[in-house]
Structure formats: structure tokens, C-alpha cells
Design a protein around this ligand. Structure first.
Ligand SMILES: NC(=O)C1=CN([C@@H]2O[C@H](COP(=O)(O)OP(=O)(O)OC[C@H]3O[C@@H](n4cnc5c(N)ncnc54)[C@H](O)[C@@H]3O)[C@@H](O)[C@H]2O)C=CC1
Ligand SMILES: O=C(O)C(=O)[C@H](O)COP(=O)(O)O
Length: 329
């Protein structure tokens, strides 16, 4: 069996090698390129495909994969919004993802961002760098006195809720499919109630037709002017122009963004000394109450090993005609 892994980063190689040592019967090939119209022909001769990319797969790729005899497409990520599931199904491709490689990795970043925001840590760091050691303007708040609003209480949102609950915060949540196994740590409310009551809103929805643009001008207008917004899921869930307006007019206390619209042109690039390619990023970076992290929520040692292991196990299972519990349709 021949499996091609695409978009492989140097830090994934050790995990891939470990899996390969446990499966000497599987031939693994590593490549750094992404799956697109201009690269798809290089897939010829392989049985299985494992991807991880932020840019959409073009529509002509799916029929070409079918012509090349590819029957499976696995992304070693939780989000699978770069894949058009309808086009994949029309071309007999079984799609799978890695839904739970480490919900803690992202949930712990949400907690980190929350603590940094409520202690005004960006401003503190900036001032200390400038040798300004005054306290004025730096008073923070304590987590146990706050209400945390989780939008999308799935694997990651639910894990974040448990972390916040353990720190004695009040946790409220909105989800289109509430999971009542979380009732011991949070209270499900309406979308509007969560926005109105929370001191910190954490976004953990998957990107779909109902969540695209969910945090728009109207949603931001419902939030308290003292509240913070944290986006750890996908950039398009937030209307960035509306967010910028809310920040400019001080209708929001601040924000932390681990995902942004257009991030594929700047996150995980070394742009030191260069002009930034995105106006929203330029504007957001000017605020000392905005934290930007380059989509590192997932990026822990445990998560990277699990992403590799689970995606390769599933690829082998699917190609062997067995079922995988991670197929998506
Ligand atoms: N920053 C990062 O590095 C990472 C980001 N992610 C993103 O986080 C997302 C969530 O991951 P999981 O928790 O594993 O997914 P999940 O599928 O377990 O949870 C998503 C939840 O959102 C809910 N939801 C969907 N649309 C909604 C809407 N319009 N309003 C309210 N709730 C809605 C669903 O019902 C579900 O409970 C992924 O799809 C991915 O986009 C995932 C891993 C790493
Ligand atoms: O798993 C996900 O979903 C993630 O967001 C990642 O872990 C990073 O994946 P990409 O956004 O780089 O595909």
C-alpha cells in the first residue's frame, strides 16, 4: 500500500517515521506541496492521500483524483472545510478527518488567551519593553468572577468549558445541537443570551453555512463593551470589518484571534521586514488589547503525533475496505 502525505512540516517527520516503523508493509511518501489543480497529477500511482492545508481544493481536482484511481482523502486536521464533501462524494472519494487529536491543545490556548486578555498582558508586555513600569491602566479581573460564553460546545468547546469551570468561572454556552453531558459544567442558553451575559466569548464552532459570519455587527452589538472575543476556530466565523469597527468605537474590551480570514497568506510565513499582505491584520496589530497568534491552537507535541497516527490508521483502514469512525459526509 502506498500512501502520500502532503504539506508535511519538518516537525511532523519524526511522528511519521515512528508510524512507518510500526507499519513496514506500508510505503509512505512525504511531500511539502498542497493538493491543487496544478499538483494533482503527482498523486498518480499512490493508493492513499493524507493532506493538511488551509487553502481550498479546486473543483477540477476531485474528478482528476477519481481518474487517477484515488478512493480516499484524509485530512490530518479536525476542520475539513477545505474539502468540498459533495464533490468528493460525486467522485467516489471517502473523506475522513481527525476530529479529536487533542481537544485540550486548543482549549488550553483559549484559556491562555482569556487569562492574557483579562490581565491586559499585551499592554503590560509592551510597556515593560518600553521601560514603562507604571500600574495605571493595567488593573485586571479574576477568572472566578467572570462569565465565560462558549459558542459551539463540541469537543474543543466542551473541553474549554471544563477548564473554565475548574477555575470557578460561570460557564454558559450556545450550540445548535446542545450536548447535555456538559450540563454539570455549563448552562445552555440562546445565542443572544450568551452574547449579552458573557464577559468572554470563546468561539469553537466548526465552519459551516450556519456559522459563517456568525459574529457580525448585530452579534457584536449584543456583547458588553467590557467583554472580550476569542476566535480559535475558523476566521470566517467572525466578520472582521465589524470586529474592527467595534474595537475602534470601544464597543468591545479586546479580542484574541488564532484564526483569521486570509490567514493562508501570512500565518506560518516569515514576513519579518516585509510589508504585510493583509489590511485587517495591519489594523488589528495596532491594538494593544488584541492578541494575534498564528493558528497555533493545535500545535502541541501530543496533537502532532495524534494527527499523524490517527490519519494514517484511518487511511489504511479505509483502503483495506474496513470502516473508519472518522469518515465525514
Ligand atoms: N485553532 C486551531 O488550531 C484549531 C481549530 N479547530 C477548529 O475548531 C473547530 C471545532 O472543533 P471541534 O470542537 O473538534 O468540533 P466539534 O464538531 O466537536 O464541535 C463543533 C460544535 O459547534 C457546533 N456548531 C456548529 N455550528 C454552530 C452554530 N452556527 N452555532 C452554534 N453552534 C454551532 C456543533 O453543533 C458542535 O457542537 C474545528 O472544526 C476547526 O475548525 C480545530 C482544531 C485546531
Ligand atoms: O485541526 C484543525 O482543524 C486545525 O485548525 C489545525 O490543527 C491546523 O490545521 P490547518 O488549519 O492548518 O489545516
Amino acid at each position: 500500500m502506498k500512501i502520500l502525505l502532503l504539506s508535511v512540516r519538518p516537525d511532523e517527520r519524526a511522528a511519521i517515521e515512528k508510524w512507518g516503523n510500526r507499519h513496514p508493509d506500508v510505503a509512505l511518501t512525504i511531500a511539502e506541496w498542497e493538493l491543487h489543480s496544478e499538483t494533482v497529477d503527482q498523486v498518480a500511482g499512490f493508493d492513499g492521500l493524507v493532506i493538511q492545508q488551509r487553502t481550498q481544493i479546486e473543483s477540477d481536482v476531485y474528478p482528476r483524483l477519481h481518474e487517477l484511481g484515488i478512493k480516499q482523502l484524509t485530512t490530518r486536521t479536525a476542520g475539513y472545510d477545505v474539502i468540498d464533501l459533495k464533490a468528493a462524494a460525486e467522485n467516489d472519494l471517502i473523506v475522513s478527518n481527525v476530529p479529536a487529536y487533542s481537544p485540550r491543545s486548543v482549549a488550553e490556548l483559549a484559556l491562555t488567551h482569556t487569562l492574557r486578555l483579562i490581565r491586559k498582558q499585551e499592554l503590560v508586555d509592551q510597556r515593560v519593553r518600553e521601560q514603562d513600569f507604571r500600574w495605571a491602566g493595567l488593573q485586571g479581573s479574576e477568572i472566578h468572577s467572570l462569565t465565560i460564553g462558549i459558542i459551539g460546545a463540541g469537543r474543543i468547546g466542551g473541553t474549554a468549558a471544563r477548564l473554565f469551570h475548574a477555575l470557578d468561572a460561570k460557564v454558559i454556552a450556545y450550540d445548535i445541537k446542545p450536548n447535555h453531558e456538559l450540563d454539570d459544567v455549563l448552562t445552555f442558553l440562546s445565542f443572544e443570551e450568551v452574547l449579552q451575559q458573557a464577559d468572554v466569548i470563546c468561539l469553537h464552532v466548526d465552519l459551516n453555512d450556519t456559522s459563517r459570519g456568525l459574529i457580525d455587527e448585530a452579534a457584536l452589538a449584543l456583547m458588553k463593551p467590557t467583554a472580550y472575543l476569542i476566535n480559535e476556530c475558523r476566521g470566517p466565523v467572525v466578520d472582521t470589518s465589524a470586529l474592527l469597527a467595534a474595537l475602534a468605537e470601544k464597543r468591545l474590551a479586546g479580542a484574541a484571534l488564532d484564526t483569521m480570514v486570509g490567514e493562508e497568506t501570512f500565518f506560518n510565513f516569515d514576513l519579518r521586514g516585509q510589508e504585510l499582505p493583509n489590511q485587517d491584520l495591519i489594523q488589528l496589530r495596532q491594538y494593544d488589547n488584541v492578541i494575534i497568534t498564528p493558528h497555533v491552537g493545535f500545535y502541541t507535541n501530543i496533537a502532532v503525533q495524534n494527527m499523524v497516527d490517527i490519519s494514517l490508521d484511518d487511511t489504511v483502514a479505509i483502503l483495506s475496505g474496513k470502516s473508519s469512525e472518522h469518515t465525514v459526509s
